[in-house]
Design a binder for this molecule. Structure first.
Ligand code: MSP
Length: 482
């Protein structure tokens, strides 16, 4: 039975650095889905947040000459400021250093121990601090972690282990039969092939990391940061660790992330839920990765565009649009400021901006337009685009949804060129043609609401329906050319 809730999550982002375009992409993506489902009358909970514990953050705080808590408080403010700037409509923001989260993590550890899923052992392996993950030789390229370009360090320590190995077969089955959907399908295949290699038990405690949640049964160790982090998806909607009392919004309808963290999310995360007998998320969706000018985005390489820079240059909605239209479903994408500026000019200044200006300018010359019936072919086109857009959004093909809406804009431009309203002498016919154009623009704006909310509000404010007429006002320039 389909329920009226929609619960969507982003990863909790590490606070060792401020948010960059990759984080902004996932968060804007989630925001669009949240807004879309709210507009379609679902009860939505959209959760994002920050991942504050572990060696990497401890290290970053030290470099900044600050206590971890103070460092994280400052980063918390930075993340919140950027999401506000980007008009992110999250319902919750979880900090893994919050007392309520830590308490629930502690309870979960106790439950896992009591139920025999945790045992004491010695763990020896290569550890990449960038990923906060143990690595197998086969994961490395030239001895280095491919994501962080660093050699992992050999670690051997007494630690508590989680019996991940017992869940391998079950997970394979559940993912194979889509009880837990991994999307896109190529990613599902990758996950299944990874699971076929079998899963090893994992170490879930660290002796030398102080900045974390202490184990309830060994106060000299802290819990492995990923285990701590995963539980945010539950504590972020108010779960206190009581297995008999799961929040209403549980389970997530969509968990968004990039491909970098898909493996852990399709092994350790669902295994943890199975061990706790908590229902699994419905969809885990991994999008691709951005590179900048063909290279990994990296602060040390000086190869970054910060989200606020993008917004400064292209406006908030411009930045939202450019981000979302840059990654095709499941694929990676390369950005450059030149390409973004070109796209901005083509799609926003010339595309949406120009179409809006044309329609509103023509419409405002009459001012008041009677409400007519829509021309058949126009009504049909609007319906078709709406149907395709809905389908794409539901399939998480968000860039394709935008492309579909841009087809309606092109169609609208075509209608203006075809009908040449400025040449029409018959005032009744002219009003009828303009009415159709106004409805086309209105439909474009309605469809774009979740994507570029400030802009669509401006467009819709320019057309007020009162009684049997629409009043048209000429608007401001939406996207000045760059
Ligand atoms: N803290 C963990 C996640 C724990 S979730 C239980 C983590 N944090 S992170 O700060 O590294 O964020 C990773 C996520 O940021 C990616 O999965 C993706 O959502 C986003 N991106 C970071 N860099 C990215 C790109 N270059 N391109 C696209 N998205 C990327 O991992």
């Amino acid at each position: 039975m389909s329920r009226n809730f929609f619960y969507i999550t982003t990863p909790v982002y590490y606070v060792n650095a401020r948010p960059h375009l990759g984080h902004a992409y996932t968060t804007v993506f989630a925001d669009i889905l949240a807004r879309y489902h709210r507009l379609n009358c679902k009860r939505v909970f959209f959760l994002t947040g920050i991942d504050e514990h572990g060696a990497k953050i401890e290290e970053a705080a030290k470099r900044a000459g600050k206590k971890p808590k103070k460092f994280c408080d400052e980063q918390n403010a930075v993340f919140k400021k950027i999401w506000k700037l980007f008009n992110i409509s999250n319902d919750g923001f979880i900090r893994t250093s919050s007392a309520s989260h830590k308490k629930a993590v502690s309870l979960v550890l106790k439950t896992l121990l009591d139920n025999g899923f945790i045992y004491k052992g010695v763990y020896e392996g290569l550890y990449c601090e960038g990923c906060e993950q143990y690595k197998n030789e086969r994961d490395l390229i030239g001895g280095k972690c491919p994501d962080h370009q660093k050699e992992p360090v050999l670690m051997k320590e007494e630690s508590y282990m989680f019996k991940l190995s017992v869940f391998g077969e079950k997970l394979k089955k559940i993912i194979n039969n889509d009880k837990l959907k991994i999307r896109p399908l190529e990613k599902k295949k990758e996950v299944l092939s990874f699971l076929s290699g079998g899963l090893n038990d994992i170490s879930i405690s660290r002796k030398n990391v102080k900045w974390g949640v202490s184990l309830p049964f060994d106060k000299f160790s802290t819990v492995y940061v990923w285990l701590d982090a995963f539980l945010n998806y539950l504590t972020g909607i108010g779960w206190n660790g009581d297995l008999k009392n799961l929040p209403n919004f549980w389970p997530p309808d969509v968990q968004l992330m990039a491909k970098d963290i898909l493996r852990v999310h399709s092994s350790i995360w669902p295994a943890l839920l199975l061990a706790l007998k908590i229902p699994l998320p419905k969809i885990i969706f991994a999008h691709g990765f951005f590179t900048l000018n063909g290279q990994k985005m990296s602060k040390s390489l000086g190869n970054v565009i910060w989200p606020e820079e993008l917004a400064g240059k292209f406006g908030i909605d411009g930045a939202r649009y450019l981000l979302i239209s840059s990654l095709v479903y499941g694929a990676d994408g390369d950005l450059s400021l030149e390409k973004l500026a070109e796209k901005y000019n083509a799609d926003l200044a010339n595309g949406l901006g120009n179409f809006t200006a044309r329609v509103l300018t023509l419409g405002s010359q009459i001012g008041k337009i009677k409400i007519y019936g829509l021309d058949k072919n126009i009504g049909k086109k609007i319906k078709e685009v709406k149907k395709n857009t809905d389908k794409n959004i539901k399939e998480l093909k968000i860039q394709e949804a935008l492309a579909e809406i841009w087809r309606l804009i092109a169609f609208g431009d075509g209608e203006i060129n075809k009908t040449e309203p400025w040449k029409i002498k018959d005032s009744e016919r002219k009003a009828r043609v303009l009415f159709n154009l106004i409805i086309l623009l209105k439909s474009v704006a309605e469809l774009l609401k979740p994507f570029i909310p400030q802009t669509t509000e401006k467009i819709l404010k320019s057309m007020k329906i009162s009684g049997k007429t629409i009043n048209i006002k000429k608007g401001e320039i939406l996207f000045p050319r760059i």
